[in-house]
Design a protein. Structure first.
Length: 161
């Protein structure tokens, strides 16, 4: 697949711009894993062996860049699961996570998926709710952290509202 340049996303601050690119694992892996290790392993204490799995090769990945520096990553699995959403600490709260999420949703629609789902860390559930996701079920522990399953319908009826 190589990579496809998605283009600029206009963040909340007019003084800042970033771009979000769609990649396969071959082109995204090194940078994506670097960000995941920083955010999940170093900051949150997730075991390092959980940060690369058999799904990476089959997933669509996004990388967010400010200039030439990769500042965020996330992935979309073939079944519609969004995961491994990570933004470097100094770049959080600037619209990068939302931009990556919406780019993956756009990709899911292009692939004909009718919904997407994810396991959100419970503290991040309000962020995902603001992007149209709803909770499904009760909180649970994953990778040693509290999570909640969430889903977003991509049907045309929902998007017409």
């Amino acid at each position: 697949m190589g990579f496809v340049l998605y283009g600029l996303v206009q963040p909340h601050s007019p003084a800042m711009s970033f771009r979000i690119e769609l990649h396969d694992w071959q082109s995204a892996g090194r940078l994506a894993l670097e960000i995941r290790m920083e955010v999940f392993v170093a900051e949150q204490g997730v075991p390092a062996e959980l940060e690369h799995d058999e799904w990476d090769e089959r997933a669509d990945h996004v990388l967010a860049f400010e200039g030439e520096r990769a500042v965020g990553t996330a992935r979309l699995l073939p079944d519609g699961r969004i995961g491994r959403m990570a933004v470097r600490r100094d770049w959080r709260g600037r619209g990068i996570g939302g931009g990556m999420l919406e780019r993956l949703i756009e990709r899911a629609r292009a692939r004909g998926l009718v919904s997407v789902f994810l396991h959100a860390q419970t503290h991040a559930a309000p962020f995902y709710r603001s992007h149209g996701f709803v909770e499904c079920g009760e909180p649970f522990i994953e990778a040693g952290l509290p999570h909640i399953a969430m889903r977003r319908d991509l049907s045309p009826e929902r998007n017409a509202r």
